[in-house]
Design a protein around this ligand. Sequence first.
Ligand SMILES: Nc1ncnc2c1ncn2[C@@H]1O[C@H](COP(=O)(O)OP(=O)(O)O)[C@@H](O)[C@H]1O
Ligand SMILES: [Mg+2]
Length: 285
Amino acid sequence: MTVPHDLQDPADHRSGLTNEQVIGQEELLAAARRRLDRGGGVLLHGPAGIGKSTVLRALAAEYAGKSRTVLRCSATESESHLPFLAIADLLGPVLDRVAGSLPTAQHTALEAALTGHGETVLQPDGHHGLALRLAVLAAFRALASEGPVLVVADDLQWLDRASTELLGFAARRINGSRVRMLCALRTESPDGLDVGTCLRGLPHDSEALRVAPLERAQISALLTRRGHRSLPRSTVRAIGAASDGNPMFALELGRAPGHRPYTGRQHRRPGRRRRRRPPPAAVVS
Ligand SMILES: Nc1ncnc2c1ncn2[C@@H]1O[C@H](COP(=O)(O)OP(=O)(O)O)[C@@H](O)[C@H]1O
Ligand SMILES: [Mg+2]
């Protein structure tokens, strides 16, 4: 079967595996690596803009090299009502590889979900619902039998409900197998209840790690790296304080009118500054 093109490969800016350099977050990265090296899953959580996707992409790029298969999805709020979308993003590109290892009923159910026909033919609690759940589990197991699998899922808070259920069903049953899960979840409060709920949908040996704010010096390094080199120190300090260490807010404040990023053109060597001309004699009374 052919999976619709727009379901095969989510746009790179949403879930791409880039080698972007992360400023700071060493402890977080170390904790995530410790967990991932033992297998299981990592759930990065924190408020909007704190750096979850940045850390997720860095870890994904690192662990992609240690994986035979990398499956990716990145949910968006505007698409969260579309059933099976995340599962289609994750398993669409590998369906042909796993098709041979699925019993017919499971294959039919998975194909229906991945081609957008799932809504009409699948009853969540009925026979097809179970076939689909088992199909997703069997697909993960088939991939894991070929080598380590890395599942990268960003913005879990917007995952469609059908995919959340399917992924949870599979994740709870693939303990001990070679499937690593690397996920990110937006939470508004530090003790967000969503973290516990979400963790229950990941493999047993998963760990929730909170993404902490950056320190002032790191915010300053971020602003410099993003071209805000000409900001006075007092402004950088003020941005550090006002942003509370949130990199996205800091960058937004840096972009505020009057804080234009450095483009190379603003720079003038000392001594080459043009002097303001004296007003014409006629207007000097
Ligand atoms: N540790 C970091 N190092 C470098 N840039 C960062 C870091 N954390 C966040 N950023 C930058 O801040 C912005 C918001 O980060 P992002 O990862 O999208 O946040 P979140 O996914 O938590 O909403 C992005 O422009 C990102 O490049
Ligand atoms: Mg993000």
